[in-house]
Ligand binder design. Structure first.
Ligand SMILES: Nc1ncnc2c1ncn2[C@@H]1O[C@H](COP(=O)(O)OP(=O)(O)O)[C@@H](O)[C@H]1O
Ligand SMILES: [Mg+2]
Length: 386
């Protein structure tokens, strides 16, 4: 550790993006009185309620990012779709950027990310890159099965930019990829997991217990998750090892979420890495000794990494807008939720609800996994807005 850093830190952190991840990152820093400036193109963004300052500007605007860097001691980002060239330039000028601009560049483009896994022998779903969408039907030959997964190389998030399509639809021209893409083998029977990995500036790396995730098939958003996962100690160790290896090769400090698939043959595949706090780690706010957000604050401030063990088994339920919902909103079952011990409601300060929009989340904690799943089942019924 850098011995000159002590609490309270006389530091200002710049965060590119002012969404809910930025909001929770700042909330976690409050006991240490860190100053935060957020760059966002909306003064009423979720993080605006807690940031010391919101700088108005586009996330791809190099000039705005340079301006942010000038007034901050260290820069981070809460979304991948930002100007990584500007970030690289700032990093090269000597400013600390965490995670590194180079790690972001590897991740920003799903094609480069998949080649990175191949280069380092990190198991991942088989793929080919197709940069000319009109040639898509000519690259299908290596893939067994009726379906393939088409992932846009850039710009996708939360399932947008990912299509599961039949080879027939591609061959007959019913499906046309909107841009350069990665074609992946479709694994029909996967269980999805995530491992949060924290890497400090000195090469120390720690992982959080395995998280088991369930997605909404319509919106592709994580609907429900819990940790520790309901699996064997061996599989948990394999997943944590694979996630740690993937992050080590990025050679960057930061807080990462590694999404994993376990296939029908119990193979562990790395799906993708998010170079930031992640929806799959929200339960760590109450459920872990050190939340994913506090952990990133520690890394940004060059403080020692915190303990990643769980206080109790925890689940997380996303609060999202339902089909047809728009405008002002209120939680329907506030009284019931707040009466339940071990239940914590988070709202993201979004001005309006929209279908499938992430509005908040609920953490549920219990002494054992069985009790947790029962309580979470009840709480899920109350996770609705009116
Ligand atoms: N090769 C695959 N086989 C089966 N399902 C997949 C595959 N790739 C992605 N998926 C499904 O699509 C979801 C979104 O894909 P992902 O690569 O994580 O993109 P995003 O950036 O949108 O999160 C995954 O969580 C998983 O449910
Ligand atoms: Mg994903």
């Amino acid at each position: 550790m850098n011995k000159s850093v002590k609490l309270p830190p006389d530091r200002r952190i710049g965060v590119i993006g002012g969404g809910q991840l930025g909001k929770m990152l700042i909330e976690a820093s409050r006991p240490w009185n860190v100053k935060y400036t957020v760059l966002e193109n909306d003064l009423h963004c979720p993080a605006s309620s807690v940031a010391d300052k919101v700088m108005l500007g586009g996330l791809k605007d190099a000039e705005a990012i340079r301006k942010l860097a000038l007034e901050c001691d260290v820069l981070t980002f809460e979304i991948e779709h930002i100007n990584s060239d500007a970030l690289l330039e700032i990093e090269e000028s000597g400013k600390t950027v965490i995670p590194s601009a180079r790690a972001l560049k590897t991740i920003q483009d799903k094609g480069i990310q998949k080649l990175f896994y191949r280069e380092h022998a990190i198991p991942t779903a088989d793929f080919v890159i197709c940069d000319t969408p009109s040639n898509l039907s000519q690259v299908l030959q290596p893939f067994a099965g009726e379906k393939v997964v088409i992932k846009q190389r850039t710009g996708g998030y939360d399932g947008k930019g990912v299509d599961i399509v039949t080879k027939k639809d591609i061959e007959s021209g019913v499906y046309i990829s909107p841009g350069p893409c990665v074609v992946e083998h479709f694994h029909p029977e996967i269980t999805e997991y995530s491992v949060i990995v924290a890497a400090d500036r000195h090469g120390n790396v720690v992982t959080y217990p395995l998280i088991e995730m369930y997605f909404n098939p319509q919106s592709n958003l994580v609907e429900f998750l819990f940790s520790p996962a309901e699996t064997t100690a061996d599989l948990e160790a394999d997943c944590r090892e694979a996630a740690m290896r993937a992050v080590k090769y990025l050679q960057s400090p930061g807080l990462f979420a590694v999404e994993l698939f376990v296939t029908e043959k119990s193979e562990v595949l790395v799906n993708e890495i998010a170079p930031r706090p992640h929806n799959s780690g929200h339960h760590t706010i109450e459920g872990s000794y050190t939340s994913q957000f506090e952990q990133l604050n520690r890394i940004l401030l060059d403080l020692p990494l915190g303990n990643t063990e769980m206080v109790q088994p925890s689940a997380m339920i996303n609060l999202v807008g339902a089909e047809g919902q728009s405008g002002p909103y209120k939680l329907k079952y506030t009284k019931e939720l707040l009466a339940e011990p071990g239940v914590y409601v988070h709202l993201y300060n979004k001005t309006e609800i929209r279908p499938h929009r992430k509005m908040g989340h609920i953490t549920v904690m219990a002494e054992g996994l069985q009790a947790l799943l029962e309580k979470a089942g009840k709480v899920r019924e109350w996770a609705v807005f009116e």
